[in-house]
Design a protein around this ligand. Structure first.
Ligand code: GUN
Length: 303
């Protein structure tokens, strides 16, 4: 008998889950179109030529088209002034065919990221980074929610049903993942601990987690014996490390092989959280479109 088969926990298949979300979005987009003549539109703005960002933007554009939405791509040179970028955002804010706006981060250093994020209409802020959406989420109100933590929440709900009363530990406190993740878990009635680089005895904190979400960008930092038996582990890390033969490979922030022997369920890297981020961007665009037109939002795609 293969020992690995008897001891490994369930893998949470983010790739398959993301495909289901995209199908759900595409069905709803088709319905919006046939019943109301509306096509959701997503504008993606890329400043500069960061190769990783170019890949993300290309994938976003392709998946936008595949779900039947309209994609508007704005590729600007790395020398674009902040004033020109803000002028573009003002035009997109005013354009009724655009329901969602995403400015790919990081931006070149001469541009003030906070000022740019603040210039996006909160109703079109499909990244959920505008301070209004951050505040709405933090006060338990209806918001547009950052895509990566929204994807994590969807997978947790799918795996566990109700999250009420569970101990959730979020490792990492970034604005993109850790902080909004903590707010979402709190909203679902978890007892939430946010740990970070200054936390004392991180291993012991993690061992108390029924739900462990890790987003720190440090390959394999979370060890197998930090995991509570049966816990659900969501690994947000995507780290490229050197592998044999001069190649590279992607690994998460969790020591997968060791953690998988203890956890009840765990997301792999790649193929876990990653695919969910763009799927949630599409679902946020659909949500923003429905809200803009005063139409009911699709079930199961929002927090
Ligand atoms: N760069 C890395 N992740 C993200 C994201 O979720 N949104 C945007 N806009 N840029 C990113």
């Amino acid at each position: 008998m293969n020992i690995r088969e008897t001891t490994l926990s369930a893998r949470i298949d983010g790739k398959a889950f993301a495909a289901d979300v995209r199908t759900h979005v595409a069905d709803h987009v088709a319905e919006l179109n046939s019943e109301h003549g509306i096509t959701p539109g997503l504008a993606v703005v890329l400043v500069g030529e960061d190769p990783a960002s170019e890949v993300y933007v290309r994938n976003k554009a392709r998946q936008t088209r595949e779900t039947g939405m309209t994609g508007f791509e704005h590729k600007l040179s790395a020398e674009t002034s902040q004033a020109d970028l803000l002028a573009l955002l003002a035009r997109l804010n005013a354009d009724p065919a655009v329901h969602g706006i995403l400015v790919q981060l990081p931006l070149p250093r001469h541009i003030d990221t906070e000022a740019v994020l603040a210039a996006i209409d909160p109703a079109k802020d499909v990244d959920g980074f505008h301070i209004s959406n951050v505040g709405l989420l933090g006060t338990g109100q209806k918001a547009l929610v950052p895509c990566t933590p929204l994807g994590c929440l969807m997978m947790l709900r799918d795996r566990l049903g109700s999250l009420k009363g569970l101990n959730a530990v979020v490792v990492g406190r970034s604005n993109i993942v850790g902080r909004p993740m903590a707010q979402l878990l709190l909203r679902d009635d978890c007892t939430v601990t946010v740990a970070h680089r200054h936390s004392r005895d991180l291993a012991e904190i993690c061992r108390g987690a029924d739900i462990l979400v890790v987003a720190v960008g440090r390959p394999g930092m979370i060890k197998g014996d930090w995991i509570k038996p049966g816990a659900t582990v969501i690994d947000v890390g995507i780290n490229r490390i050197e592998a044999e033969g001069g190649k590279t490979r992607l690994v998460g922030d969790v020591d997968f092989d060791a953690a998988a022997r203890v956890a009840g369920a765990i997301t792999p890297v790649p193929g876990g959280v990653g695919p969910m981020t763009i799927a949630c961007l599409l679902s946020n665009t659909l949500t923003a479109c429905c809200r803009a037109h005063g139409l009911p939002e699709p079930d199961g795609l929002t927090a």
